[in-house]
Write a protein that binds this ligand. Structure first.
Ligand code: UT7
Length: 333
């Protein structure tokens, strides 16, 4: 009997722009202060993609180049590319198509996934299914957002939170039961009212009026989102542990979406995890939406060991949320 195929992460790449937007910079732009931002969110600075003609695909490309180089493969060997993003280069075609062209990934098909802050988690499950089917051998899953393109820098309730960045992982078949083992993914469209972009879609196409009314920026009612996020992310993470007969002691790392340090703390507490087991880089990148989870894996890659049980958890616009259980497939190189 042939062995069960799982989808293992075999390489990680990341990219954050050089330009930093610090809390001190924001103090000069809106009525806010470093102390408020740090205590309410945990953020100290974010990265901003500057330059004419620079888009989300320009962050995906270096992230994927890095993972190809680490794995010793050429982009032309990639079978499929999934890009999770809410800030695609264009409404269409997909950023995945544009990135593949720039990379020379000429044998890949690909598409974008729109699931806001849960985009990488949704895409990881999708990518894993393609590998598990046996039809594809090399699937790249990227999470990337140029949030600065949709942030209103005169709105102090949102401009302090978001930043730009991209991360990507390579999925390959594994026969040792390493890789993506389980996921619980959820969505509730009634949450749309609290977190959305009012115009630019088919409901309200762009007009002079929509631009003047600043309807092409993120709208967020922070408090309800915060409440749903704390409960949603903590509950689904606990549910995933229970379903797999695991406790916090069995988990080496929690990789939480980096939206707010207080949401991360609540999730870790609920799972019975000490702070040392939680990946936190919100202080230096802010909330990069689909970028947060792969950027954590990128930052922590050298500390991950073969066999480590890792839980990834996210909550975001939609609402969308979920948690994924992963067994890490390689020791640090
Ligand atoms: O990743 C996608 C999912 N998104 C999230 O998970 C975000 C969830 N929400 C949050 O993280 C938090 O709700 C925020 C960080 C957005 C806001 O924090 P909060 O503790 O919920 O603050 P608040 O909205 O309750 O505002 C508290 C006070 C208000 O003043 P008053 O009414 O108490 O006088 C705000 O006007 O803080 C004021 N405020 C600010 N003050 C200084 C709001 N924004 C700022 C600011 N600087 N930037």
């Amino acid at each position: 009997m042939s062995k069960k195929i799982t989808a293992a992460i075999t390489a990680v790449g990341g990219y954050v722009p050089e330009d930093k937007l610090t809390n001190a910079d924001l103090e000069k732009m809106v009525d806010t202060n470093d102390e408020w931002i740090r205590t309410r969110t945990g953020i100290e600075e974010r990265r901003i993609l500057k330059g004419e003609g620079k888009a989300t695909s320009d962050m995906v490309v270096p992230a994927v180049k890095e993972l190809c180089q680490k794995r010793g493969i050429d982009p032309s060997e990639i079978d499929c590319m999934i890009v999770a993003t809410v800030t695609p280069d264009m409404v269409f075609p997909a950023t995945a198509n544009i990135a593949c062209d720039k990379l020379g990934a000429k044998h890949a098909w690909g598409f974008d996934v729109s699931a806001a802050c849960s985009g990488f988690l949704y895409s990881l499950t999708l990518g894993a299914s393609l590998i598990e089917s046996g039809r594809y051998k090399k699937v790249v899953v990227a999470g990337a957002d140029k949030m600065s393109a949709i942030v209103d820098y005169s709105d102090r309730t949102t401009c302090i939170i978001f930043g730009d960045g991209a991360g990507a992982v390579l999925l390959e078949p594994n026969e040792e039961n390493l890789g993506v083992l389980d996921s619980i993914l959820k969505s509730d469209g009634s949450g749309c009212q609290y977190l959305h972009m009012k115009a630019g879609g088919s409901l309200r196409p762009a007009t002079v009026e929509t631009v003047m009314a600043k309807q092409h920026f993120i709208y967020q009612d922070g408090q309800p989102v915060f409440k749903f996020a704390v409960k949603g992310m903590a509950d689904v993470s606990a549910e995933l542990l229970e379903k797999n007969n695991l406790t916090g002691n069995d988990i080496a790392w929690l990789v939480p979406h980096q939206a707010n340090l207080r949401i991360i703390d609540a999730t870790a507490n609920r799972m019975g995890l000490s702070k040392e087991k939680v990946m936190i880089n919100i202080q230096k990148y802010g909330n990069t939406t689909a970028g947060t989870l792969p950027l954590c894996l990128w930052d922590w890659e050298k500390q991950l060991k073969k066999g480590d049980n890792i839980v990834l958890a996210a909550f975001g616009g939609g609402f969308t949320w979920g948690a994924t259980l992963l067994k890490w497939a390689y020791d640090p190189i």
